[in-house]
Design a protein around this ligand. Structure first.
Ligand SMILES: Cc1ncc(COP(=O)(O)O)c(C=O)c1O
Length: 293
């Protein structure tokens, strides 16, 4: 059975990495993997990371099961770093990098009734395969005018017509991969309003916080969007921001509307894995209600 599966095409990134390695020029810039590099081209382990590893080594007493949700303190701190106070209202679960979070988010959207995911094109090349793996249909939506080197909001918002209520759209929060074209605050507001008008769920992909204009600046637009939409899914990768790519550091956050979305006390508010499934249930109930209206 398994031998009948067709081999997958190799990751196109491997080709770029090989081209970089073989290019003899001394002023070359590595556009392969978006990680922090120092002036000598190395990706060092940050001092803070070394210190934290030392603390763990000295203090960790067990590696026993932590529960479905993963490390609750990690989720709380990553939530605060990315979304500030707002994160207290979100539910969250640890994931294997941003990629794992994207996959979980797509699964959650499918579970809640989505059929399609809009992808502002060009997108990160792995987005379509992650969407397909979750049995959703990826749909390209043009959003960049190459000739004029600018974001084309009319094309983007016009493309929302390709989705139906309950479908999703993956929007990169900052340092757009591959274009580097980020939305202004005004554009984030317009996107939020247009998504609300059409009932499309924002799926924010945050993979480079701190690599653009600054830790807070890089998430300012996404925060504006998240304040304006009733429901959203957010995949966070801290692999690059913390300089610990090979640790695959990621998390999925969900802003859910309706009853069952967030608990009332500190312990239950947003930080329990089971709540993710509440969130999916609450979406289904809300959607069923709006379909009846
Ligand atoms: C836009 C974008 N989203 C998500 C990811 C995935 O993050 P991770 O490497 O933590 O899986 C990447 C990684 O390159 C990315 O560029």
């Amino acid at each position: 059975m398994i031998e009948t599966l067709a081999p997958k095409a190799p990751d196109p990134l491997l080709k770029i990495i090989k081209m970089f390695r073989e290019d003899p020029r001394t002023d070359k810039i590595d556009l392969g993997v978006g990680v922090y590099k120092d002036a000598t081209g190395n990706t060092p382990v940050m001092r803070a990371v070394k210190d934290a590893e030392g603390v763990l080594l000295a203090s960790q007493k067990t590696k026993t099961y932590v529960g479905q949700q993963g490390d609750v303190d990690f989720l709380k701190l990553v939530g605060q770093l990315a979304f500030g106070e707002m994160s207290r209202e979100f539910v969250s679960i640890q994931a294997v990098g941003g990629t794992g979070a994207l996959r979980l988010g797509c699964d959650l959207l499918r579970e809640s009734g989505a059929k399609r995911i809009l992808l502002p094109a060009p997108c990160w090349p792995n987005h379509p395969s992650i969407v397909r793996a979750a049995r959703l249909e990826p749909i390209d939506v043009p959003f960049f005018n190459i000739a004029e080197q600018r974001i084309d909001m009319d094309a983007l918002i016009g493309g929302f017509a390709k989705a139906e209520r309950g479908d999703g759209i993956i929007i990169q929060a900052c340092c757009h991969n591959p274009l580097g074209a980020d939305f202004s605050i005004e554009q984030w507001k317009d996107i939020a309003d247009a998504l609300n008008a059409r009932g499309i769920i924002a799926f924010v992909d945050l993979a480079y916080q701190g690599f653009g204009d600054g830790i807070d600046e890089d998430v300012a637009g996404a925060r504006v969007l998240l304040e304006r939409v009733p429901e959203a899914v957010i995949a966070v990768s801290e692999a690059k921001s913390f300089g610990i790519y090979r640790e695959r550091v990621g998390a999925l956050f969900v802003k859910a509307a309706g009853e069952g979305a967030a608990g009332s006390d500190e312990q239950s508010r947003g930080y329990r894995a089971g709540k993710l499934f509440d969130a999916a249930g609450s979406w289904r109930r809300n959607r069923a209600r709006s379909a009846q209206r």
